[in-house]
Design a protein around this ligand. Structure first.
Ligand code: NAP
Length: 529
């Protein structure tokens, strides 16, 4: 497929702006030949008008037809074939095998949403039938279900060119729920974005979706994204990336005449706490597992374990030595782009220069490629950690800080200072866990996913996954960006009072034509009424 670098405005490609920019190969620091056109403000306005119009039509398209559209997207993405993987490899430096599994995960995510809307019960239909004879006031017939909210603006992340980008965790549920989507392509994988957008547009045309159900615009700055968030037709934003970026968009959305929700998944250090008995029983295995998790994907995961807490104990020296050796053995890896590499080294070096922080291990760099990262770990006492909030922050990349606390009380004080996190892990057996209920409670209060005896990297896509957490890991701790419940970000409840049965949506009709689970007069049932 050709990569034209023109903006996707519904079914048309548009390149009004003479300002263009290029994609580049981080492993070699060279530009790729295609030029990408920054969208003009006029193109933004046209895109949003089209999305507004498309919403009127798309929100009424039946769930099975929307499911066909989603499945067509998966087919068209797979039909791009190796070109998609090779382009992603060039633009991100991520290995082909990792990209293959990320593509499979993306297909799986979209397929799960197609299945969800085909089955239909997700709309949480509830029916309370009228009681005209009730005194002193008769009761009306009331029926409620979830409905789509309108055009959703999507900002993908640099570190997942498929699963959290153009056809990723925001686009899938937004389209499934019945909302048009407008993507601001991530500047770090422009060609991948172009190929994916072509696949989505083909799928939309093939399945007869209204023009404007999907659009995608380019920019090498922030103006286009800002204009999309501020446009009156936008009704919600999905974002994965930095706290700075997420909060900038959040503020813009709140300052609109009509404020809208920004569902931003942002920074997290994903603390791991290892209790002494568990450390003693698993000293070397833990060192290996931790080093693997800290350095996976050059540490460029939102679930990377950036802080590891231990208590002084007899096995600590052996653990530190083993952890150090594991890190020293890690081969250098290409980071996603120059900006992320520079930021990684800047934050890492600043952190290691803070009082009381000592470097434990720093892996070798010779690889002959550009934008390489060295894995490293440092150590600090619990006392110095408690005294210095600067070292509590995320360093995005293959780095982790070991915090050595003198005793349990110091550990508890350190944990109480942590902000909201996507995950927290407790490494302990059952007996040891039962001894420290306050620790369990403290960790539970700050995280969206609480892990026992495991590392946080690896996010399963299933209904029980919660990928989100208290601020600043996400802007709204009530919602996940992974799994079927992520659709709840892009819908709103609506009640229908005393409507004629023939005019109600199928989900709320007496006959239950879709055969879905509903709450009827407080009883969960699939039956007709
Ligand atoms: P980012 O810089 O926050 O960018 C994400 C997207 O938002 C990009 O499309 C970017 O535009 C756009 N954007 C950022 N700030 C904006 C603003 N003020 N106004 C309008 N649009 C804005 O994230 P990133 O590029 O993926 O990675 C950079 C850093 O984010 C990393 O170093 C890391 O700290 C963090 N990160 C966190 C996670 C996570 O899951 N928590 C994941 C990835 C990255 P451009 O494309 O033009 O840059």
């Amino acid at each position: 497929m050709d990569i034209s670098g023109k903006n996707f405005i519904g079914y048309s490609r548009s390149s009004e702006n003479e300002h263009t920019f290029k994609s580049y190969v981080p492993a070699q620091n060279i530009e790729l030949p295609e030029t990408f056109h920054t969208a003009t403000q006029d193109e933004v306005a046209r895109t949003m008008e089209l999305a507004r119009k498309a919403f009127n039509e798309y929100s009424l398209i039946s769930a099975p037809k929307r499911a066909d559209f989603l499945m067509a997207i998966t087919e068209e993405i797979l039909a791009v074939g190796d070109q998609l993987l090779e382009r992603a490899h060039l633009e991100t430096g991520l290995p082909i095998a990792r990209l293959q599994s990320e593509r499979a995960r993306t297909i799986n995510q979209i397929t799960q949403f197609a299945e969800l809307i085909r089955e239909g019960s997700w709309v949480e239909a509830s029916i309370d039938t009228a009681i005209p004879e009730r005194t002193p006031v008769p009761k009306s017939d009331l029926r409620k279900m979830l409905i789509p909210i309108g055009p959703v603006i999507v900002f993908g992340s640099s570190n997942f060119p498929f699963a959290y980008s153009v056809a990723g965790v925001d686009t899938g549920p937004a389209l499934a729920a019945g909302n048009p989507v407008v993507v601001k392509a991530h500047a770090a994988h422009l060609g991948v974005s172009d190929l994916t957008a072509q696949a989505i547009v083909k799928a939309a045309q093939r399945t007869g979706m209204p023009e404007g159900v999907f659009s995608m615009l380019y920019d090498d700055g922030y103006e286009v994204g800002a204009a999309l968030v501020k446009h009156p037709a936008s009704k919600a934003v999905g974002f994965t990336g930095s706290i700075k970026g997420g909060m900038a968009l959040y503020k813009m959305a709140q300052e609109r005449d009509e404020p809208i929700s920004v569902f931003a998944e942002m920074g997290s250090v994903n603390p791991i706490v290892i209790l002494p008995d568990y450390l003693k029983k698993n000293t070397n295995d833990l060192a290996k597992t931790l080093a693997g998790s800290v350095t996976l994907g050059a540490g460029q995961f939102c679930t990377n374990p950036g802080l590891v807490f231990v208590i002084e104990s007899e096995s600590l020296n052996e653990f530190e030595e083993s952890y150090k050796n594991e890190i020293l053995n890690v081969a250098p890896a290409t980071m996603l782009n120059e900006g992320i590499r520079k930021n990684f080294y800047k934050l890492r070096d600043e952190l290691v220069a803070e009082p009381g922080v000592a470097e434990l291990a720093y892996s070798a760099i010779e690889s002959g490629q550009e934008n390489q990262s060295q894995a490293s770990v440092a150590r600090v006492s619990g006392k110095d950690f408690i005294a210095n909030p600067k070292i509590h922050e995320e360093v995005f990349g293959p780095f982790s800080l070991l915090v050595v606390c003198e005793n349990y009380e110091e550990l508890l004080s350190a944990i109480s200072l942590l902000k909201g996190q996507l995950t927290a892990s407790l490494m302990a057996d059952v007996q040891e866990t039962l001894k420290y209920p306050s620790l369990v409670q403290s960790l539970s209060q700050i995280c969206g996913r609480f892990i026992m005896n495991g590392v946080p990297t690896g996010v399963e896509v299933c209904p029980s996954m919660h990928h989100g957490g208290p601020f600043p890991s996400a802007t709204d701790a009530r919602f996940t960006s992974v799994g079927r419940h992520s659709i709840l970000r892009f819908v709103r409840p609506q009640s229908y009072q005393d409507w004629d049965n023939s005019l109600l949506p199928d989900e709320l009709k007496n006959a239950n034509p879709l055969g879905i689970f509903r709450l009827v007069n407080n009883e969960t049932t699939k039956r007709e009424i």
